[in-house]
Design a protein around this ligand. Structure first.
Ligand code: P6P
Length: 344
């Protein structure tokens, strides 16, 4: 009798998905964890996969261009903004352990029905950052931050009270860049790890373990179109970078999409600056769901993030959509920036 040769499919041990990684991280750092957190994060990764499928076909579907509505920021909502926002709300709604969410696209924080006193987590996000770049096929992204639901919150409290926490309270944070590939970068406070979406299996696969931001980098990243409205100290600092006052001249790179500009800074080092301007005297970027998650990742990778004078993650938020000046980069550039600010 022919011996039936058992086909043994050797699972490729080199493939580590983001779910496997999170569970391994939890076993390592929180042995008693119930897996609730990894279940939550799977809701975010699922939503971003749904979004990336639309982003990848933007030119073929009626999903580019404005949706004819204006969001809370007073910005024309792009159709993909709305899709990405709905995908995250839908997927997180199925995670019973999420009590409250807040989104760039929605004026108010949302308490899921019946979750008061139930859900453990708060998730704040920008569902599609940089969406004005969609029509011209420039990288866009999703940013998110995960907080603990305050235990002492009265059942009838405004959900915003659960959201208004400083960045140092983040349990986890991350972003997805829908670029030449789709990359998820996250931290739970134990280093920074990157996962590339493998379309052939539909999973985020570990591609950048323990990312470290270079102490000194190559580029500075700032929209110099606002040069005339920057505070002088920023002009002086950027001029010094350009002319090589800090070792060698820094060329400029700027995409106009935070997640893309930061992802480059994270991997190659350097400094990203969005200073106060005349049109945005408090800065343009939002503290809760743009600056804080990016700052958490930057610090976990060995970088620094400030609003020009304060550590971003120590700022006590007062409004969900409050803006902040945002400067983030490697230790060398950020030390030089701090010195320049101290001299003014
Ligand atoms: P500006 C995109 O609209 C965004 O919110 C960030 O992603 C990006 O860093 C910034 O605004 C770009 O702003 O004024 O340079 O176009």
């Amino acid at each position: 009798m022919n011996q039936q040769r058992m086909e043994t499919l050797d699972a490729d041990p080199s493939i580590i998905t983001v779910q496997q990684h999170i569970l391994a991280e939890q076993r390592k750092h929180s042995p008693g964890a119930s897996g609730a957190f990894s279940w939550l994060l799977s809701g975010i990764t699922l939503a971003t996969k749904m979004t990336q499928a639309q982003v990848r076909r933007a030119g073929l579907l009626d999903v580019t261009g404005a949706a004819g509505q204006i969001n809370v920021q007073g910005e024309a909502q792009q159709k993909l903004d709305i899709f990405a926002d709905q995908a995250l709300i839908h997927c997180l709604g199925f995670r019973q352990n999420v009590a409250v969410i807040a989104s760039e696209e929605n004026e108010q924080a949302i308490m899921f029905d019946g979750r008061s006193g139930q859900g453990k987590y708060v998730v704040v996000f920008d569902p599609l950052d940089g969406s004005s770049n969609i029509d011209v096929n420039v990288s866009v992204g999703t940013t998110f931050s995960i907080l603990a639901m305050p235990e002492d919150l009265p059942a009838d409290a405004d959900p915003a009270a659960a959201v208004l926490q400083p960045g140092i309270k983040q349990l986890a944070a991350g972003y997805v860049v829908y670029g030449s590939s789709t990359i998820l970068v996250y931290t739970t406070g134990h280093g920074v790890h990157g996962f590339t979406l493998d379309p052939s299996v539909g999973a985020y696969v570990l591609s950048h373990e323990n990312i470290r931001m270079p102490e000194a980098g190559k580029y500075y990243s700032s929209n110099d179109g606002y040069w005339d409205s920057y505070p002088q100290v920023y002009c002086d600092f950027i001029s010094d970078l350009r002319r090589g006052a800090y070792g060698r001249p820094y060329p400029q790179r700027y995409i106009g999409s935070l997640v893309a500009d930061f992802h480059r800074t994270l991997l190659t080092g350097g400094i990203f600056l969005y200073p106060p301007t005349e049109s945005n005297p408090q800065g343009k970027l939002r503290l809760l769901y743009e600056a804080n998650p990016v700052a958490f990742i930057a610090e976990q990778a060995g970088g620094v993030a400030s609003d020009g004078t304060r550590r971003i993650m120590e700022i006590e938020p007062e409004q969900i959509h409050q803006r902040t000046p945002f400067i983030v980069g490697g230790k060398t550039e950020m030390a030089a920036f701090d010195q320049a600010m101290a001299k003014q």
